[in-house]
Design a protein around this ligand. Structure first.
Ligand SMILES: Nc1ncnc2c1ncn2[C@@H]1O[C@H](COP(=O)(O)OP(=O)(O)OP(=O)(O)O)[C@@H](O)[C@H]1O
Ligand SMILES: [Mg+2]
Length: 262
């Protein structure tokens, strides 16, 4: 995955490098070969230092959009601009290799990128510490909790130091408290690394807590129907979730998600 631009029609990649978004969708449409129209006319960009979250009904095309960004699926109209060289992609399922220790799992991407052993070790150790898994380097995935597996998966992606980080509902399968911890850690990583984040979730609270901007998608074919800037300063403390302004914004997102009907 080394190309900079994929496009089936027009390209938005002609701007100067300084004027470019890290990730930009321009009038993306997706109709699968069986005729299923998953996405229609999606346009938005994400810059480094922005964390954009998409919420939308099940089946509206959110995962398809991330697959288009990463090149796993080719859009049928519009264009996407992204540097795929070091794109980070975290899935709902941690997808760890059961026969490798945490350390060896976290080293995997660096290994696939041909980095030397000492460099791999250094990157992996740093990432393991960042996600709070120090002391578990020699454990195998089967002895980790769901939240710890997700941390290992995050660490593995962090070794790439990706300028663009895609998250497809990574914390959907963990309990509420673990999810809040992972939200907290993810926003700290975002602050530290300054990547362009594109995150998908069904949790409005998670969306508002972590993001600089929340996009709401309609039912299939997915379109962007509302957009909210999130004004809270980083770092965001867990108690922000109980702030009246937070509740108000979450309420607005929820309203848009229900199609503007209360
Ligand atoms: N390869 C495919 N062929 C045909 N239809 C597909 C294919 N992949 C996805 N779809 C359809 O496209 C639509 C969008 O799917 P997608 O997985 O992107 O939804 P989603 O918003 O991620 O849903 P969820 O919130 O449940 O994860 C769905 O109707 C799905 O059945
Ligand atoms: Mg999905």
């Amino acid at each position: 995955m080394a190309e900079t631009v994929t496009s089936t029609t027009a390209s938005v990649g002609a701007a100067s490098p300084t004027g470019r978004k890290a990730l930009a969708f321009d009038r993306i449409g997706m109709v699968f070969p069986d005729g299923t129209e998953a996405l229609r006319d999606i346009s938005f960009g994400v810059e480094r230092g922005e964390f954009v979250t998409i919420v939308g009904p099940s089946g509206c095309g959110k995962s398809t959009l991330l697959k288009i960004a990463s090149g796993l699926v080719t859009n049928t109209s519009g264009s996407v601009q992204v540097d795929r060289e070091r794109i980070g992609y975290v899935f709902q399922d941690a997808t760890l290799l059961q026969w490798r220790t945490v350390q060896a799992n976290v080293e995997l991407f660096a290994e696939l990128h041909g980095l030397g052993k000492s460099e791999r070790r250094r990157l992996a150790s740093e990432a393991i510490e960042l996600v709070g898994l120090s002391g578990f380097e020699n454990h195998y995935p089967k002895s980790l909790s769901g939240g710890m597996k997700m941390r290992a998966s995050l660490a593995r992606t962090l070794t790439l130091r990706p300028p663009v980080f895609l998250f497809d509902e990574p914390f959907g399968a963990v309990d509420e408290i673990t999810r809040e911890h992972l939200n907290d850690e993810t926003q700290q990583l975002f602050q530290r690394e300054g990547f362009a984040g594109l995150f998908i979730t069904h949790s409005i609270s998670e969306a508002v807590f972590m993001s600089t901007r929340v996009l709401v998608m309609s039912a299939r074919p997915g379109r962007i129907v509302a957009e909210f800037d999130v004004p809270f300063e980083y770092p965001r403390v867990p108690d922000l979730r109980f702030d009246p302004d937070f509740a108000h914004l979450a309420g607005e997102v929820s309203h848009a998600l229900r199609g503007g009907h209360s």
